[in-house]
Ligand binder design. Structure first.
Ligand code: NAP
Length: 226
C-alpha cells in the first residue's frame, strides 16, 4: 500500500523556491518553521531529491525536543525516515541526511547507479533499486509502504515534486508564499522539469485552507485524482 503523500514548500511571492544559482533562501519565519517541524514530526518519512541534497545538504531532522520526545514515547525513532531520490547514487556518504540524527535512511537509485557507489551507500542506508534510468517513484512508494511508512512528506525540490505529480502520487500540497520576490526565469519552482502542455494533463487542486502566517500566506491544497 502506498503512503499518503504531502508536499510542503516555501516559495517567494513570484513562485520561486530558491535563487537561479539554486542557493537556499530564507522565505518564511519562525512560526512557519514550527509548523513545518510539526508536520515533519507527524510523518513517518521525509523525502527529497538529490538536487536538494547537493544544493542545501539538509539533515531533515525534527528540531523541537518536545516533538522528538513525543515520537519516542509512541515507540518511534526521534526522526522520521529520510528518503533521497538519487538515480546515479551521487549522494556523499558524509551528507547530513545520512549522518545526523537516528532513524532509518533510504536512498532510491536506478539501474544506472555505479555498483561500487551503491555498495558504499549500503553501509549508511537501505538502498532501493527501482527504475532503469530515472528512479521509478511508484515502486519506491510501494517499498516504503512495505516498510510501514503510512504518511510521507516531500520537501522538494521542484524536479522531484513534478515527478511525483506526474506519477499521480501526491495527495496534498502546502505552499507557504512569503513576502519577497526572488526573480529569475531559471530559479526553481514547485513543479520544474518539462512541464505539461495539454490542459487535460494539468494537475487540478482543491483549495482547502488559507491562513496568514507572519508576513506571508499558507495555502493548503488537495490534489484531485487524475
Ligand atoms: P530535486 O528535485 O531535489 O532533485 C531532482 C533530481 O532527482 C533529478 O535531477 C534527478 O537527478 C533525481 N531523480 C531521479 N529520479 C527522479 C524522478 N523520477 N523524478 C524526478 N527526479 C528524479 O532538485 P532540484 O529541482 O534541482 O531542486 C533543488 C532546489 O530546490 C535547490 O535550489 C533547493 O534549495 C530548492 N528547494 C527549495 C525548497 C523550498 O521549500 N523552498 C525545498 C526543497 C528544495 P538524477 O538524474 O541524478 O537522479
Amino acid at each position: 500500500m502506498h503512503p499518503s503523500v504531502v508536499v510542503n514548500v516555501a516559495m517567494s511571492a513570484d513562485g520561486k523556491m530558491s535563487t537561479r544559482e539554486r542557493r537556499q533562501v530564507k522565505i518564511s519565519g519562525a512560526e512557519d518553521f514550527a509548523r513545518v517541524d510539526r508536520l515533519k514530526a507527524d510523518c513517518d518519512a521525509v523525502m527529497v531529491g538529490i538536487g536538494t541534497v547537493l544544493a542545501d545538504d539538509p539533515s531533515l531532522t525534527v528540531k523541537n525536543p518536545d516533538y522528538k520526545r513525543e515520537r519516542q514515547r509512541s515507540g518511534k525513532p526521534e526522526h522520521p525516515a529520510r528518503v533521497v531520490i538519487d538515480s546515479r547514487a551521487r549522494i556523499s556518504p558524509e551528507a547530513s541526511v545520512l549522518t545526523k540524527g537516528d532513524g532509518l535512511r533510504v536512498v532510491a537509485v536506478s539501474g544506472r547507479a555505479d555498483p561500487a557507489r551503491v555498495s558504499v551507500l549500503r553501509e549508511k542506508a537501505t538502498v532501493i533499486v527501482a527504475g532503469e534510468t530515472e528512479v521509478d517513484l511508484g515502486r519506491v512508494l510501494d517499498e516504503l509502504g512495505a516498510m510501514c511508512i503510512r504518511r510521507l512528506m516531500v520537501e522538494g525540490g521542484g524536479t522531484l515534486i513534478a515527478g511525483m505529480i506526474r506519477a499521480g502520487l501526491v495527495d496534498e500540497i502546502y505552499t507557504f508564499v512569503g513576502n519577497i520576490i526572488i526573480g529569475g526565469k531559471d530559479a526553481p519552482t514547485l513543479a520544474d522539469g518539462p512541464g505539461w502542455i495539454q490542459e487535460a494533463d494539468f494537475a487540478r487542486l482543491v483549495l482547502t485552507d488559507s491562513i496568514k502566517i507572519e508576513d506571508g500566506i499558507l495555502l493548503h491544497w488537495t490534489v484531485k485524482p487524475q
